[in-house]
Write a protein that binds this ligand. Structure first.
Ligand code: SF4
Length: 384
């Protein structure tokens, strides 16, 4: 596993405490989206399709740190948009480190090398660089030539300065298992500490709707990748072995959407990082007043094909606590890549998709247009 022992112990202690206390719902990772603006426009991204007035908004440093304190999580993943476009990002990151929380700073790396001086290496800080494959695959995924080379250069510069660096890799249905396995070997050779891998979620507003994976093809793809790397053991992943086992079709998990609560400019996003079906104004309201049973594979049409870690890593971790021996065996033996797959969740009773995106945007625009200019300018600070 690509997580240092000290981090495993700290996170394990937090999880164990909640498990022993019988806490019904507790989060593992805060997904913090301080802005939606990005300096790329990837074909599979459904996160940046907003009018300029909204793309210009930023969460303040105080709002970001308040979200960390309110959720009480041991780990924060800063996503977006492109977090490095936020002028106060180094301050946000330092505030999280000062709280002894682990912070994964996601970036497409276009600005990373230029901004490295603003950050200090720390066991609590992990750069999470977006790389969806080798040069050809990644540049096609982000719809721009030269991005892979810049990302690799930034990774090497960060490693040379002593930073922890992961990559986060999203796979689509055009992924070739052999090439993905070779790519994982390449990033290992670069000295990358760990890989976060995920099947792409079928964002309803992503420009490219042709290349999202369904569950069956996801499972087969991961089996075909892991079998090329000693059942996955050749590479260090930042995810649990049980989650990887789920990706390879060996576990039936129901989604745990509250495992990764998401704070954006709109508020606390319901129900998860991937779906914006409504917003709570406080963390308490999110946890206590969301009708969680309405979501997840089998419950909601938009969740039918989802196998993303933001919904299912927490399910895998819960399973590890309930069945430590099973988790130990998977960890030791590696991921099973042959034989029958675990039963799939029936979609017979899922409720149909609701389409609410434009009403959220409209509401946010009205609020902005009625906010006095000085306050609005303050909220918009930071972009470049
Ligand atoms: S299955 Fe879970 S994580 Fe995936 S979109 Fe639905 S609620 Fe979100």
């Amino acid at each position: 596993m690509g997580i240092p022992l000290q981090q495993q112990i700290r996170i394990g202690a937090y999880l164990l405490k909640n498990h022993l206390m019988g806490t019904k719902r507790y989060p593992m990772v805060l997904m913090l989206e301080p802005l939606f603006r990005c300096n790329l426009a990837c074909a599979g991204c459904g996160k940046i399709d907003y009018p300029d007035e909204i793309l210009n908004q930023r969460l303040s440093v105080a709002d970001c740190l308040q979200a960390v304190d309110d959720s009480g999580v041991p780990v924060v993943s800063i996503a977006g948009g492109e977090p490095l476009l936020h002028k106060e990002m180094a301050e946000v990151v330092q505030g999280i480190i000062d709280r002894k929380k682990y912070v994964y700073l996601c970036t497409n790396a276009l600005l990373m090398e230029k901004k490295l001086d603003q950050y200090k290496p720390s066991p609590f800080l992990i750069w999470s660089v977006h790389l969806d494959g080798d040069r050809e695959d990644h540049d096609r995924s982000v719809c721009q030539d030269g991005v892979y080379d810049r990302a690799v250069k930034a990774i090497k510069a960060a490693k040379a300065r002593g930073f922890r660096v992961n990559i986060n890799c999203t796979l689509f249905n055009n992924a070739d298992p052999e090439r993905v396995a070779n790519f994982f070997d390449d990033v290992k050779a670069m000295g990358v500490d760990a890989i976060t891998v995920s099947p792409g979620y079928a964002y309803e507003r992503a420009p490219d709707q042709q290349h999202f994976l369904n569950r069956q093809t996801t499972k087969q793809l991961f089996r075909d990748i892991f079998k090329r790397g000693d059942k996955g053991k050749r590479w260090s992943f930042s995810q649990s072995s049980m989650f990887l086992d789920f990706l390879a079709g060996n576990q039936t998990y129901h989604c745990t959407p509250w495992g990764n609560p998401t704070r954006t400019y709109f508020g606390w996003q319901r129900p998860c990082y991937l779906l914006g079906e409504g917003y709570a104004q406080t963390y308490k309201e999110l946890m206590e007043e969301t009708d969680w049973d309405k979501y997840g594979t089998g419950n909601y049409e938009k969740c039918a094909n989802c196998m993303v870690h933001s919904g299912y890593e927490a399910s895998a971790v819960k399973d590890m606590f309930r069945n430590p021996l099973k988790a130990f065996i998977v960890g030791m033996r590696g991921i099973r890549t042959e034989g029958p797959m675990a039963p799939e969740i029936s979609l017979d009773r899922q409720r149909p998709a609701e389409f609410v995106f434009s009403s959220h945007v409209q509401k946010a625009l009205e609020k902005l247009r009625h906010t006095p200019k000085v306050a609005a300018a303050k909220g918009a600070g930071g972009g470049k």
